[in-house]
Write a new protein. Structure first.
Length: 334
């Protein structure tokens, strides 16, 4: 099958100027999507659709084809995906006589993806001829059943009307809803060319939990931190109590319970090739030697680490210029 990855990268971003080629952990951002396509076991052609000769040159350097410079009429702030993709496929059909069986849209604003997701979504189309497209979705944090329209007189009307007074119902009683996160779209070529549609009539939802779309400086920084961590070679120092272990009254560390989420994160950091050092104040106040107990606990909890040190001062507050907040680390890694 002809399975093409198409990466749309115009040069006119306003929120983060030239974000598609901005350096992100050592590479221009669009390079990551090209690399994702290269790692797919199904994608057999990678095309960059851009209106910029500079972007085209960078794309070629990282292994994408650039068979055309996209016309300005399809490169505005209001240009639709279907205009961009229909133009690309029409060009290939006219110049080469080729219509891809499947098209994978990889937006360059997603430098972080699991390549297995790309292949899984392609397999959905291959194995289900009745499906026209596969779209990545994520659970919605805000639900439309409690949203409203407001008219010019300030009068509200519910967005959702299929459930009477759904806006007064408990959240748990309402149907689960999703939003499209735009990470990956997989579409049949004929759906784009013949139906002039980016999805067709039958759309399959492929659920994802993480969203690394970049549209702001804060999102850019968040992705940069993750990619630097994922490259390995960083040294992390973790406290034990309050981080790896839940706080126990009276410093009775023998009864400490594991913080499962943080252990998952630390093990992931370890597997990425980062150095994990544990530093604890256990025994600083009580004068008790907790080393054997601590090592047995960490082994029981399945924590991977390189060094364990005792003797950290027992303080109420710690200030460090290289600190990453625990909640922030959980957010970017889980």
């Amino acid at each position: 099958m002809n399975i093409f990855a198409i990466i749309p990268a115009r040069c006119g971003s306003k929120s983060v100027p030239h974000k598609n080629i901005r350096d992100l952990a050592g590479k221009p951002m669009l390079a990551y999507s090209i690399e994702h396509a290269k790692k797919s076991k199904y994608v057999n052609r990678i095309i960059l659709s851009t209106d910029s000769k500079e972007y085209a040159s960078i794309g070629k350097d990282y292994g994408a084809e650039v068979p055309f410079i996209r016309p300005g009429e399809f490169s505005t702030d209001t240009s639709l995906d279907i205009e961009v993709f229909h133009h690309c496929l029409s060009f290939l059909k006219e110049k080469e006589g080729i219509v891809p069986d499947i098209v994978v849209q990889l937006r360059p604003t997603y430098p972080i993806r699991n390549v297995q997701d790309i292949d899984n979504m392609i397999e959905v189309l291959i194995n289900n001829p009745e499906i026209d497209s596969v779209r990545t979705i994520a659970p919605a944090k805000e639900i439309p059943y409690k949203m409203w329209h407001k008219d010019d007189d300030g009068i509200l009307s519910p967005i959702m009307t299929n459930i009477p007074e759904c806006y007064n119902m408990p959240r748990q009683s309402l149907p689960k809803v999703y939003y499209q996160n735009a990470c990956i779209d997989v579409i049949r070529g004929k759906t784009i060319l013949e139906d002039y549609s980016m999805n067709g009539k039958c759309i399959y939802g492929y659920e994802m939990n993480k969203n690394y779309d970049i549209d702001t400086e804060a999102e850019f920084k968040r992705a940069e931190v993750y990619l630097k961590i994922a490259q390995g070679g960083n040294r992390f120092v973790f406290d034990i109590d309050g981080v790896i272990a839940k706080i126990h009254p009276d410093n009775d560390y023998a009864k400490s319970e594991a913080n499962i989420d943080m252990i998952k994160i630390i093990n992931k950091l370890y597997q990425m090739g980062n150095e994990i050092i544990l530093l604890t104040a256990r025994g600083y106040v009580t004068g008790i030697d907790w080393e054997d107990t601590t090592k047995k606990q960490l082994g029981k909890w399945g924590l991977h680490y390189h060094e364990l040190h005792f003797g950290k001062p027992n303080a109420d507050y710690y200030i460090d210029d290289k600190m990453i907040d625990m909640d922030y680390l959980i957010d970017i890694m889980l």
